[in-house]
Design a protein around this ligand. Sequence first.
Ligand SMILES: Cc1cc2nc3c(=O)[nH]c(=O)nc-3n(C[C@H](O)[C@H](O)[C@H](O)COP(=O)(O)O)c2cc1C
Length: 214
Amino acid sequence: MRQAIIAILLLSMVAMGQIIQLPPPPGNDIDLHSAIESRRSRRTFGDGAVTFEQISELLWSSAGITDPGGRLRAAPSAGATYPVDTYILVERAEGLAPGLYRYIEKDHALELIEEGNLAGKLSEASLGQNSVRTAAVSILLYVIVERTASRYGDRADRYVNMEVGHIAQNIYLTAEGLNLSTVAIGAFDDDAVAQLFEVDGALRYYMAIGTRPE
Ligand SMILES: Cc1cc2nc3c(=O)[nH]c(=O)nc-3n(C[C@H](O)[C@H](O)[C@H](O)COP(=O)(O)O)c2cc1C
């Protein structure tokens, strides 16, 4: 019995922190004008999984490195202080087990933080929103305000709010280009959400994403 428990503990230690390389972001065919024109908050999702390539494109458009120097990202940041850490909560995705992953910008890779079906708990902490419970994935934007406050003092909180907005709009337009549904989620209980996952920072905003219903 004791050996079985040790084996289970070792297995979970191996899984935690596992690094998964994402494929290169594939791009999409929609032009920017059309994406802006057709963008809507879409709260109803199909049962299907999102693909590994779609996840790659969504995360790249959120926080991907777009600078040959390896520092600047897809969305702007006050003084390039990058206070936002990007996580993806997976329920249904090809090639990824359900769980919470952190996006590692410099490697375009994911680090497994916690395995399991976690969307129900996130929905409960978000006024029970059905879109959150039924999404294939959610991209969670955690902020560490101190990174920006060390340079901009009291204006930092205002700046991080602007930054999650920039990132969210990139996700809206990318989802439109990938023919996925997405909705921004700002309505959640900060204290309840803070109890959910052991990660640094505070959840400020997130996007529930899924396939379009048939
Ligand atoms: C800051 C912010 C927070 C939002 N929070 C939620 C939310 O918690 N749940 C939700 O279903 N929609 C949420 N929305 C989406 C809005 O309801 C939606 O943008 C609005 O109805 C306009 O529709 P459109 O996005 O299709 O143009 C949020 C939008 C913003 C900008």
